[in-house]
Design a protein around this ligand. Structure first.
Ligand SMILES: [Zn+2]
Length: 139
């Protein structure tokens, strides 16, 4: 059962994903909180709604992340990804862990993923889908 964005706290009138809230409750649409991203990976929870992940697992990000096969935003439910992209892509601006709105987004569904830890201290983690089912472009 997914709750998508309906039960998330809001900032600027818009729901803030689980991955963009720090443990102190600070909300920032433009940045993924590293600790939350790691928690999503290790505890298998959705970066949008914070509930347990189910398959297929979805990732979204700018087209450049899709091309590289490496995503900044942690794994999410597919319905949560669709709800988030439906809401935020038309708005543009700094949302979904992106400082600048991408021109084009990529949505990937996968059976699994690897958590990639940064090589430099202080950098964020990234995620690599490892059993891609489908890749879709979203504008
Ligand atoms: Zn979810």
């Amino acid at each position: 059962m997914t709750v998508a964005l309906d039960h998330r706290p809001t900032a600027g009138g818009l729901p803030v994903p689980f991955a963009c809230e720090d443990d102190g409750g600070a909300l920032d649409h433009a940045h993924v909180v590293k600790r939350r991203a790691i928690r999503c990976a290790l505890s298998r929870i959705c970066g949008i709604c914070g509930e347990t992940l189910s398959r297929p697992i979805a990732f979204f990000g700018p087209e450049s992340e899709g091309d590289a096969g490496l995503f900044t935003f942690p794994p999410v439910h597919l319905p949560c990804a669709n709800a988030a992209l439906d809401l935020f892509v038309p708005i543009g601006g700094s949302h979904l862990g992106q400082v600048e709105a991408p021109l084009r987004w990529t949505l990937v569904t996968t059976g699994g993923f690897d958590l990639i830890r940064p090589t430099r201290r202080g950098d964020g983690v990234t995620f690599r889908p490892n059993s891609v089912i489908e890749t879709r472009s979203v504008e």
